[in-house]
Write a protein that binds this ligand. Structure first.
Ligand code: SF4
Length: 145
């Protein structure tokens, strides 16, 4: 079972109400069992919502609102949903394809908290949790066709 950031498959769950549809990711899912999740929506955040970035352990909006708890709860809920679905199919979750650089889904590189789209080393909150579970991670940019 593969976890996929829902916005990569066209779900309008981005902070601005849009999506990040990726043809490459859509092709990758062909013949795969996958579950599309948006951890921020799973955490109860609305769409649209103010953009947020990680600053160390915290996730904050540009106005300084602390949304860390919602991000963490959503990461846990999205993981739980994926594990439940995998169990139903007698599978395990082995891989996640996540949206690059986002505060929940970024893998190895995220925006640095300055809201200037400046990349810095680090994982998003969801990616961090999945990594701790031993799930392999990649972004849509890592798919080689
Ligand atoms: S939290 Fe992840 S799945 Fe949801 S919109 Fe952001 S990048 Fe996409």
């Amino acid at each position: 079972m593969v976890i996929i950031s829902a916005c990569l498959l066209g779900e309008n769950c981005r902070y601005n109400g849009g999506h990040n549809y990726s043809e490459k990711v859509a092709r990758f899912t062909e013949g795969q069992n996958y579950i599309a999740v948006c951890p921020e929506v799973a955490g109860g955040l609305p769409t649209p919502r103010p953009p947020a970035e990680r600053r160390g352990a915290l996730v904050q909006t540009a106005a300084g609102a602390d949304v860390t708890a919602a991000f963490r709860e959503g990461a846990g809920a999205a993981l739980a949903a994926a594990l439940r679905q995998a169990e139903l199919y007698g599978e395990t979750v082995d891989l996640a394809i996540l949206k690059a650089r986002r505060p929940s889904c970024g893998v190895g590189c995220i925006y640095d908290g300055s809201f200037t789209r400046t990349p810095a080393p680090g994982d998003g909150v969801f990616a961090e949790l999945l990594k701790k579970q031993g799930i392999s991670l990649m972004t849509e940019e890592d798919i080689i066709e």
